[in-house]
Structures are given as structure tokens and as C-alpha cells.
Design a protein around this ligand. Structure first.
Ligand SMILES: Cc1cc2nc3c(=O)[nH]c(=O)nc-3n(C[C@H](O)[C@H](O)[C@H](O)COP(=O)(O)OP(=O)(O)OC[C@H]3O[C@@H](n4cnc5c(N)ncnc54)[C@H](O)[C@@H]3O)c2cc1C
Length: 346
């Protein structure tokens, strides 16, 4: 089995295919700037939307994610600390209250949390149980532990013949029964996948020096910005959503917006020093905003798994855990997650 892409999608698929007894080899073009999984700190947040409604298949995604953390002997950092969402206004507080009442296994609403006196939360806080903060790339690397991962020249070619697929690069040829493409934003430009109904959204994230007056370890927070303690005296602040952009470089406007939003969650971050900035593209499926998985064309041995959007952690685990089942039975793929080409939309 050949997988192209060593981000969350490729890593989670490789993890589960190997657990199902398949020989797996992961190839990637080593272009760190293109990989969304290199963005830094991120959240696992099953109650992410503005209203705090549970993500689609939230419980199943969390179960898949947690089983992977335990099996790789890498318990999820922050796993025992809940994630907190300070409400931005009365309307959002009402929605949070409603969702927490409807889904007590996922969250509870609290008017105040004493240990969070440094957080600006005049409207109350949604405590998201089983939310977590982690480094996306460290997680992908942990899932790839013990699996052959090779950097390849980006100019590779694929041939399907009989019951095998061959992928040729300047460094040699890889053969497998199936090829799974998990190339994130690389899908948008690659000749094999550029007709897929996918859309890229640029996002910027910054890392701030943490003021010494803040606790040694901040819990994961999600307000107008999300905040993830990097564990080294700094804090990740994400993220911008840009539908149009001229360059993938970080911008001053993005940095200033993130600083402003970080200070709206923790006022002490107002003048914090910016240590680092990164950008990447989230790939989403317009209309569903759910992942896309399946054969590139009916009966093809070339498959795709992409469109994780902003829920890379939850959906890489969920869809990675289902990939061995989908390979045996493509009918098991939910209809709204199947492959759609733009040219075939009409
Ligand atoms: C700013 C920002 C903040 C985010 N925050 C969060 C968060 O808090 N929580 C969360 O769950 N998700 C978050 N996400 C989303 C998450 O990062 C993505 O959903 C996830 O990382 C996508 O993983 P992927 O494996 O599909 O793609 P990628 O991580 O982009 O991996 C693609 C892989 O394919 C390889 N590749 C690409 N093209 C080629 C090619 N032509 N040939 C060979 N290899 C190729 C790349 O080198 C890479 O290894 C965020 C995204 C952004 C941009």
C-alpha cells in the first residue's frame, strides 16, 4: 500500500492500515511550507462551531483519536485538562448553555471558573470535556512511528496496471495494490487531483512569548482566537481565515488581528512579543465541509483522503480508522463524503 502525504491524513491512514496487517509505505515531497500539519499547536475541539454544536461524529472521532494516543504510547498532551470556550456575548452564552445541556457528555456551562481569573469571560465559559491541545506534527510523527517514510521528488508519475499501481520518481519505483493520496493543499494543484471539488483557505498562526504572570501551563482556550500552550514559555495563537491571498507569506495584518484576538481572550497578551509566524492552507469540501474519501474514479486503485478542513485532528483519526473498511467495502463511505470532481458537479 502506497500513501502519498505524511500529514495527519496520511499518518492516520498509515497507522490503521498497518494495524490491519497491510504493508504500508508513506511518500511525501518534504515541502514543509505546504503541509497544514506543520502549522504548530492546534486544538481537538468537538464543540468548535460558534454555537458550540457538536462536530459531526464527534464521539466516534474522539474515540478513534484516543485509541490512537494510547496505542502509540503517546497519551495526548492536555488530555486530562478540559478545553475552555469563553462566550463572546450573551447570545453565544445562551447557545453554549443549550448545547451543554443537550450534550452533557461533551460539555458543561460555567458562569465562572476560579482558576481562569486571567481569562476575559464576562458571559461565562463552556467547558469542553475531552478537548485537548497538541502539536499537530508531533502527533502525525507519533502515528508514523515504525512506518517507512520516504521523501520523494515532487515530479512523480503513476501507472495503474492489472491489480497494481506503480509510482515512479527520480529515486526509483514504488509498487502497491493501492495508492492513497493524502496531499492536503498539494491536491489543489496536482494533475491527478486538481479537478476535485476542493477549496483552499489560507490560515496564519503566531507564537507569543507568555507573560510570566500567567500560569506555567495554560489550558487549551478557544474564543475569538484559539490558544495553545507550547510548553516552553510561549503560546500558539490561531488562526486567520483568508479566502483570497496574494502570497502564502505571513502578513502584518494577520499578525495584528491575531494579537488583538488573543488579548480579547487573555488581556495580559496585549503587548506580548511575537516569536514566530506560520501559514498554511486548510483544504475543505465546499457545501459539506466534511472530508472527501474514495477512489479517484469508479474502480480506480488510486484513492484520495482529504478535505479535513479545520478539524484535522478529529477527522484524520476518524477517517484513518475507517480506511481499511472503506478499501474492502467502498459502499460504507457516507454518501456525502464520496469523491466529487468539479467538472461532474452539474
Ligand atoms: C492556520 C491553521 C490552523 C489549524 N488549526 C487546527 C486545529 O487547531 N485543530 C485541528 O484539528 N486542525 C487544525 N487545522 C487543520 C489541520 O492543520 C489540517 O486539517 C490537517 O493538518 C490536514 O492534514 P492533511 O494530511 O490532509 O494535509 P497536510 O498536513 O497538508 O499534508 C499533506 C502532505 O502531502 C505532501 N504533499 C503535498 N503535495 C505533494 C506532492 N505533490 N507530492 C508528494 N507529497 C505531497 C506534503 O508534503 C504533506 O506531507 C489548522 C489548519 C491551519 C491552516
Amino acid at each position: 500500500m502506497i500513501i502519498v502525504g505524511a500529514g495527519l491524513a496520511g499518518a492516520a491512514s498509515a497507522y490503521h492500515l498497518r494495524a490491519a496487517g497491510r504493508d504500508v509505505c508513506v511518500l511525501h515531497d518534504n515541502d514543509l511550507r505546504r503541509s497544514a500539519s506543520q502549522i504548530g499547536g492546534g486544538l481537538v475541539n468537538p464543540m468548535m462551531a460558534r454555537k458550540g454544536r457538536p462536530a459531526w461524529m464527534a464521539a466516534e472521532s474522539l474515540a478513534a483519536l484516543e485509541s490512537m494516543g494510547i496505542n502509540t504510547n503517546q497519551p495526548l498532551p492536555g488530555r486530562d485538562a478540559p478545553l475552555y470556550r469563553p462566550a463572546g456575548d450573551i447570545t453565544q452564552a445562551d447557545s453554549f448553555r443549550e448545547q451543554a445541556a443537550a450534550h452533557p457528555e461533551l460539555g458543561r456551562f460555567r458562569e465562572t471558573v476560579d482558576s481562569l481569573d486571567f481569562v476575559h469571560a464576562p458571559f461565562g465559559i463552556l467547558e469542553v470535556r475531552r478537548g485537548a491541545a497538541l502539536d499537530l506534527q508531533e502527533t502525525a510523527s507519533a502515528w508514523l512511528h515504525g512506518i517507512g517514510v520516504h521523501a520523494i521528488d515532487p515530479a512523480w508519475k503513476v501507472e495503474e496496471s492489472g491489480d497494481a499501481v506503480s509510482l515512479s520518481t527520480s529515486g526509483g519505483t514504488f509498487r502497491g495494490k493501492r495508492l492513497l493520496l493524502c496531499m492536503g493543499a498539494g491536491m489543489l494543484a496536482h494533475p491527478l487531483t486538481r479537478t476535485l471539488n476542493l477549496h483552499g483557505i489560507k490560515g496564519q498562526i503566531i507564537r507569543l512569548e507568555k507573560p510570566t504572570a500567567l500560569p506555567d501551563h495554560l489550558p487549551p482556550l478557544s474564543g475569538k482566537a484559539y490558544l495553545v500552550d507550547a510548553g516552553d514559555g510561549s503560546v500558539w495563537v490561531g488562526s486567520t481565515f483568508e479566502r483570497n491571498w496574494e502570497s502564502m507569506d505571513p502578513t502584518d495584518a494577520g499578525r495584528d488581528a491575531l494579537l488583538h484576538r488573543a488579548a480579547s481572550v487573555i488581556p495580559m497578551l496585549k503587548n506580548a512579543r511575537v516569536l514566530e509566524q506560520r501559514t498554511a492552507q486548510r483544504v475543505t469540501v465546499p457545501g459539506t465541509r466534511l472530508p472527501m474519501v474514495g477512489p479517484l474514479h469508479p474502480d480506480s486503485k488510486i484513492w484520495v483522503m482529504t478535505g479535513l478542513g479545520s478539524k484535522g485532528m478529529l477527522y484524520s483519526a476518524l477517517f484513518g480508522s475507517r480506511i481499511p473498511v472503506f478499501f474492502n467495502n467502498p459502499e460504507a463511505i457516507p454518501a456525502f463524503c464520496r469523491v466529487v470532481h468539479r467538472s461532474a458537479e452539474s
